[in-house]
Design a protein around this ligand. Sequence first.
Ligand code: MN
Length: 240
Amino acid sequence: MPHKSAMIEMPVPSLPPAPSLAVVGSTARFPVGRIFCVGRNYADHAREMGADPVREAPFFFTKGPHAILDAGGAQGANLPYPTQTANLHHEIELVVAIGVGGADIAPEAVADHVFGHAVGIDFTRRDRQDEAKAARRPWDMSKSFDGAGPVGAITPGGAALDGDSAITLDVDGGRVQSGHLGAMIWDEAELVAELSRWQALQPGDLIFTGTPAGVGAVGVGARLVGQVEGLEPVVVTIGD
Ligand code: MN
């Protein structure tokens, strides 16, 4: 008698509402569809991870939309310390929000597809990622878990930020990551153009653009404030 229980009671489920982010200067919310991330996009971070920071083609991975944490405003968001790790790492990143979809976008046309910019943290179960790398297994469960991608409010505007803009992360008031956007190996236009050759982009896509050096572990009670000059901060407290 297989599947007999399917004949009773449980209705077809409806999806939970799409995650969304605040938009600076607007009451509208930016709905988040998909999340793409680039690996090793700052030479100093590539080196600290034991990689050679050559300008090879950028590589991408994804987080599911369940990773989004709405972490704008002074209060920010609470992230319960994730299960299955004893080495939760922060990576502060500039996040690009796509407003107009497209495939095979030319670098010169990327600004026409960008809705705005925000600051995000690419949280990583580093111990699990190290295991996955050693075993040649996928990174998914080390990168894509509930709350693994807190993002602050989005500042509208398609033009890329100035390369001199500082990108920083403070943990409990002490600066642990510091760089500037111009140090990206692949800049925003190049990254979005390259990604659009692998995957047609859609409105609602977010692109995490990589982290400068200084990644490290955080524990319960830590308060993280991430900033990119000209944007709203991302604020996260690690809970039990
Ligand atoms: Mn990252």
